[in-house]
Design a protein around this ligand. Structure first.
Ligand code: SF4
Length: 204
């Protein structure tokens, strides 16, 4: 069994509720979206067997982020997750929210679902992903990149006020141009605005 992998590395989680946490990252190749502001070069990659993947991981860190590209496109993801768990590792799935598979989601310790706003150029998602997060607030976050007022308006439309883990992530190049005073007046208090900390620190 082979996995198509762009890179495996350990670093600091720079996004969302886990910000600052050292963890492993398994970045898969290919994505089913093409966001305008995508900062990921996920096209190159190589096929790796399960044993090679496990050998590359830093076992000092408890968490493994499955990221991309879009990890949900990987056909043998369940097998990989089960093997990581057998190695006492916890799974953070970072997905673009367009593909739902309850069996995969149930296996993961935490789901980070990116709901793409209008500035991405492809504001699509599977509503079952969002509903899963609403049903499982203890193991999920819903993240929306904001580049402009249109994205904030989009967030206001999809926001459910009783869900506790909304993250607004300023798009990196627009980060210093956003008017946070105005944005704060538009959003409920259960929202956290968190930039990409790893990029500020200059780590990948
Ligand atoms: S979903 Fe993520 S990896 Fe895919 S194109 Fe958009 S930003 Fe890039």
């Amino acid at each position: 069994m082979k996995f198509k992998i762009n890179e495996i590395f350990d670093s600091i989680q720079g996004e969302g509720l886990f910000v600052g946490t050292p963890m492993n990252f398994i970045r898969f190749c290919s994505c089913n979206l093409k966001c305008n502001w995508c900062d990921t070069d996920f096209h190159d990659g190589r096929e790796m067997g399960l044993g090679d993947v496990l050998k590359k991981l830093n076992k000092a860190w408890a968490w493994v982020s499955l990221t991309g590209g879009e990890p949900m496109l990987e056909e043998n993801l369940k097998v990989l997750i089960d093997s990581l768990h057998e190695n006492q590792l916890k799974i953070l799935l970072e997905t673009n929210a367009t593909i739902f598979d309850e069996k995969v989601f149930e296996r993961c310790d935490f789901i980070s679902a990116d709901i793409k706003p209008p500035s991405s150029g492809n504001s699509v998602w599977d509503s079952k992903v969002m509903e899963y997060c609403f049903r499982n607030p203890g193991k999920s976050q819903l993240k929306i990149v904001i580049q402009n007022r249109g994205d904030v308006k989009f967030f206001q439309e999809v926001c459910q006020k009783d869900y506790p883990n909304w993250i607004l992530q300023p798009e990196f190049n627009a980060m210093r141009k956003l008017d946070y005073g105005k944005i704060l007046n538009l959003i409920p208090e259960n929202v956290r605005i968190i930039p990409q900390v790893h990029r500020i620190m200059g780590v990948r």
